[in-house]
Design a protein. Structure first.
Length: 247
């Protein structure tokens, strides 16, 4: 399983950098997880739009799904459009982004598979387990298994024992860490710190922790240090172009 980071900015894109976007590949199948703001230009530096085989969206905030629109446009506004793109999301999560164009314009470009958080999914060669995690809108974490390897991704979440459950024994936990250490009072139920991500990686027994969704302007070294106070394993920061091979 090969993970490529397209972007890892939380909330809004920084100069030259995209929001959440992760390309996960296995046996030639390409799953795009969370096409957030500005991820499509990063994606198209690597593959063509028609080479995406499926999309999974954790939740309906635009920093996690806004670039579904340009991805669908790039597939359908051409002479030989590819087959409709399977898109997996929670019910209603994509209503806004799918309404950006006039009705019907993109309707042939995708097939929407709405699931309930907790449902298992089969996406190409991936087995996926989903789990509801606490956020200001419904959010589904996902545990992707391919061959012997497991990648767990939180989407956006407040602290919850369900994160460790989702990532139990995972090879890699890709965890939202909007803040390094202290989460502002109003966000404490809905977003996490790097320290909390480290604690959850330890509780899960995850082999590797990758911090993502850091708010633009925040100190990556401070985030890494806060996570390291709780977790002994390898800690990385989701930066554009980073690839991690889980062989
Ligand atoms: Zn969010």
């Amino acid at each position: 399983m090969l993970l490529t980071i397209l972007g890892g900015c939380g909330a809004w894109p920084a100069a030259g950098r995209a929001c959440s976007g992760y390309l996960v590949e296995h046996e030639g199948f390409r799953l795009l997880v969370d096409p957030g703001y500005a991820t499509v230009p990063r994606l198209l530096e690597r593959i063509t739009a028609d080479q995406v085989d499926a999309v999974f969206v954790s939740h309906g905030h635009p920093d996690h799904c806004a670039d579904l629109n340009p991805l669908l446009r790039a597939r359908t506004l051409r002479d030989d459009p590819p087959a409709p793109l399977p898109v997996y999301s929670l019910p209603g999560a994509l209503d806004a982004v799918l309404a950006l164009d006039r009705p019907g314009m993109l309707s042939g470009a995708y097939v929407l598979h709405e699931f309930v958080a907790g449902d298992p999914l089969a996406i190409g060669p991936f087995r996926a387990q989903t789990r509801p995690l606490p956020h200001s809108v419904p959010n589904a974490g996902i545990r992707l298994t391919a061959g012997e390897r497991v990648l767990a991704y939180t989407g956006d979440t407040g602290p919850s024992p369900d994160v460790a459950g989702l990532a139990r024994g995972a090879d890699l936990l890709l965890a939202e860490a909007t803040f390094a250490d202290r989460v502002p009072r109003g966000a404490r139920r809905h977003l996490s710190s790097a320290r909390q991500a480290g604690r959850q990686a330890r509780e899960a027994g995850a082999r590797h922790l990758l911090l993502t969704h850091l708010q633009p302007g925040s100190d990556a070294a401070a985030a890494r240090a806060a996570a390291a106070a709780e977790y002994d394993g390898e800690i990385g920061i989701a930066t554009p172009g980073l690839t991690i091979d889980l062989p």
